[in-house]
Design a protein around this ligand. Structure first.
Ligand code: NDP
Length: 331
């Protein structure tokens, strides 16, 4: 088994993990437990986050603990009462170890649909696939005819997001880190255009896409900022991941963004004019508050139109308390 040896400051190094050997005879499944042999281990960017001692959507992996990992495995021994038969192929958080004793309820028996392989449950039919599918449909709310941009597009989640985007009938633009990846995205996956973010002409090339309706963000950082600068009105941004920052020693500037993801939080821009039809509803409620004293209205009144030019900067120096107005003449 492979355990966490020390928390990396930035990049994962040879001393981040260490290998331990445990005799198989020590593995004893109790009631409703099984021994699972790991067949394939999924490696995911999220693992970098689990190495950090910080609040997230799951607790960090502790030092000396077996490294957490999702995998495909086979039941090789069962404890009493276990419903999982020996030989059953399962997925679950098996960890970085050849064999694991786990409660059977922590495992999912997979039903492999015709025409696909069990290994697909670590990719398109597993958490990777579900991430692309729900990120695009539920958060991105992608519609036919819209423009989708996917970063990290040649990766596991990104490549599926691109393909699901094409299946929805969207125009799909992909961003990836090499010309070979871009060729694959265009020629094999059928995206409309793929941009190599490592190309010196990337920023210029990227303008070709015009504006976008859905941005599926896997990388964060500068690419996120570029995409945010090209949003259409009412665009949706699916905050899936920010791999460009996972190894960063400095959390400033990214901590808040990662928290949006882990806390499933939402940021949405709005412009007041969109609610014109509902102004009367708001006026009625606020006026009631003003009448009964539960809402206070404070003004900061500057006398004389000639003082408007010097009064305006007060807003930026904090010179006003309450609503700044200029009294121009008596009512
Ligand atoms: P990938 O298969 O996409 O592998 C990572 C890829 O990211 C690399 O191949 C690399 O491709 C790209 N990358 C690495 N560093 C950078 C960088 N600095 N800037 C831009 N791109 C970079 O991994 P996954 O598909 O498994 O994960 C993709 C994203 O989805 C991750 O951010 C992950 O955390 C997130 N995720 C989120 C989930 C959720 O529930 N919200 C669930 C699962 C994954 P390139 O050559 O293009 O640089």
């Amino acid at each position: 088994r492979i355990v966490l040896n020390e928390r990396p400051e930035t990049n994962i190094t040879p001393t981040t993990f260490r290998t331990e050997r445990v005799p198989f005879s020590e593995l004893k499944p109790k009631e409703n437990e099984v021994i699972v042999q790991l067949l394939y281990l999924s490696l995911d960017p999220a693992m970098r986050g689990w190495l950090k001692d910080q609040r997230s959507y799951v607790p960090p992996v502790q030092i000396d603990e077996v490294m957490r990992g999702f995998g495909l495995g086979r039941v090789v021994e069962k404890g009493s009462n276990s419903q999982l038969e020996v030989g059953t192929v399962v997925t679950g958080v098996i960890g970085w170890r050849d064999y694991a004793v786990l409660p059977e309820k922590a495992l999912t028996k997979i039903k492999v649909p015709q025409g696909v392989q069990a290994l697909d449950f670590l990719n398109t039919l597993g958490l990777t696939g579900m991430t692309a599918y729900f990120g695009l449909k539920e958060i991105g709310k992608l519609q036919k005819g819209e423009t989708l941009v996917v970063s990290g597009a040649a990766g596991a989640v990104g490549a599926l997001a691109c393909q699901l985007g094409k299946r929805t009938g969207a125009k799909v633009f992909a961003i990836a880190g090499s010309q070979a990846k871009c060729d694959w995205l265009e020629k094999e996956l059928g995206v409309d255009r793929a941009f190599n973010y490592k190309s010196p002409t990337f920023k210029e090339d990227f303008k070709e896409l015009g504006y976008l309706d859905v941005y599926f963000d896997n990388v964060g950082g500068e690419i996120l900022d570029m995409c945010l600068g090209r949003l259409n009105r009412g665009a949706r941004v699916a905050l899936c991941g920010a791999i460009s920052a996972y190894n960063s020693a400095k959390p400033e500037g990214i901590r808040g963004y990662l928290s949006l993801i882990s806390q499933r939080a939402m940021i949405q821009g709005f412009i007041v004019f969109d609610y014109q039809d509902r102004y009367p509803e708001a006026i009625a409620e606020i006026a009631e508050g003003l009448r009964d004293g539960s809402i206070k209205s404070k003004f900061h009144i500057v006398d004389g139109l000639e003082n408007a030019p010097t009064a305006l900067p007060m807003l930026f120096s904090g010179g006003n308390t309450g609503k700044l107005v200029v009294k121009v003449s008596d009512e």
